[in-house]
Design a protein around this ligand. Structure first.
Ligand code: HEC
Length: 206
């Protein structure tokens, strides 16, 4: 689903830009009649493309990782896209070349930012895979040193997690706040929950 929408988004954005570039070139080279004919011809496809652009864009925005914390690049991109729309409308209506060129600059700039943004997101997604293996790699990275991969290592008095009587909520609490000689572990609330579920489901009683 996510991948399909992402590809659709790329496709409609590319088509959108293509129409935009052609229109701007026609305007800049004084081919006003061709511009009028072209604008009329692509009117309906352009409406569909713009709608798909927005719908897929909104969907993808809701699917972002980072727990809802958007990259500042994302906001710049959004502002650029939305700023380019009125500038383009006025530019093409009045035949103002500077405005038309400016709006094209804004939208291609946003496209470039989107690219670097998605590259970053790709990295974040890879990190997400680590977090998506049910907490195993998180557990091993953050707890393995003392408790061992199977929970039984017992370094410097670390309790055997396969023998613990605690439930996931208490384990999460210990991860975040520590217990006696165990210091709090530097993980997010969400990560602590994932690790606790992992301990509960995979180590306890094994
Ligand atoms: C630096 C070593 C160290 C690390 C890292 C560490 N622990 Fe501990 N842990 C301990 C020690 C020591 C105890 C025993 C504390 C006590 O009860 O006095 C303990 C106790 C616990 C207990 C209590 C078990 C019981 O039945 O009372 C849980 C649960 C636990 N650790 C989970 C974790 C998890 C999950 C992580 C990783 C997020 C983690 N620990 C990381 C050292 C560590």
């Amino acid at each position: 689903m996510y991948k399909g929408i992402l590809h659709t988004h790329y496709l409609v954005v590319t088509l959108f830009l293509l129409i935009y570039v052609i229109k701007t070139i026609l305007l800049l080279s004084n081919k006003n009649d061709t511009l009028t004919t072209f604008t009329k011809k692509v009117k309906v496809p352009e409406m569909i493309i713009s709608a798909l652009f927005l719908i897929t864009g909104i969907y993808l925005t809701t699917q972002l990782p980072f727990g809802g914390k958007y990259d500042y690049l994302f906001w710049i991109k959004l502002v650029m896209v939305f700023a380019s729309i009125p500038i383009a409308i006025i530019g093409f209506k009045k035949g103002n070349k500077i405005l038309a060129a400016l709006s094209l600059l804004l939208i291609t700039g946003a496209f470039g930012l989107a690219e670097s943004f998605h590259k970053k997101k790709g990295i974040a997604k890879e990190a997400g895979i680590v977090a998506n293996d049910g907490g195993k790699s998180l557990y091993e990275a953050k707890c393995g040193l003392c408790h061992g991969a199977d929970g039984k290592l017992g370094v410097s008095g670390a309790k055997d997690l396969s023998q613990t009587q605690l439930d996931a909520a208490s384990i999460k609490d210990i991860i975040l706040h520590g217990k006696n000689s165990m210091q709090p572990i530097a993980v997010s609330d969400e990560e602590a929950g994932t690790i606790a579920e992992y301990v509960q489901g995979n180590l306890k009683g094994h």
